[in-house]
Design a protein around this ligand. Sequence first.
Ligand SMILES: Cc1cc2nc3c(=O)[nH]c(=O)nc-3n(C[C@H](O)[C@H](O)[C@H](O)COP(=O)(O)O)c2cc1C
Length: 172
Amino acid sequence: MKILLIISSSVGCYKALDLIREFQKQSIDYEIIATKNTFEFISPLLLESISRKKVYSELFDLDMEKNIGHIQLARDNTHIVVYPATANLVSKFAQGFCDDLALTCMIAANKPIYIAAAMNKEMWANSLIQKNVQLLKDHGHHFIGPDDGSLACGEYGSGRLVDPIEILKQLS
Ligand SMILES: Cc1cc2nc3c(=O)[nH]c(=O)nc-3n(C[C@H](O)[C@H](O)[C@H](O)COP(=O)(O)O)c2cc1C
């Protein structure tokens, strides 16, 4: 198993560090992409030092693109997992946007993607988001969660990021 982990800028993105630790414990190979906004929450240094990997974020990366790196990242894995997935990323993916590295790899991928959405309960309930979720499901992509529970914003409802262990259960 080799996982391409895509991290986006939900407040729950700190849990991606625990998911990376689980990959390491279970000797699962992985590569990481983070959206640029993720670095507002967790630093590239923290992500790289915990993961011991280069964390890719730039689409127009001269070194990487010598070998058309974004296509290689999209292909060289057995599973693609978005953990956490923002409302923004879910909607742009559903509509076929590719204006950053994460989205370009997701659109260039040749397999279903596992998406763990995390957002405020009203965002998750918003019919625009739900329509995009349904569109992605109709295209064969998998949603893992979100769970019901207490949310970072202090509210209670559906939108909570599933625990890392849930991701590994769904992939095995
Ligand atoms: C404190 C804070 C917490 C946020 N948490 C979430 C969240 O849990 N889920 C979500 O969809 N967006 C959340 N956002 C909004 C996203 O960061 C924003 O929509 C961003 O443009 C998404 O960019 P990305 O999808 O490229 O990472 C949050 C923003 C802030 C400032």
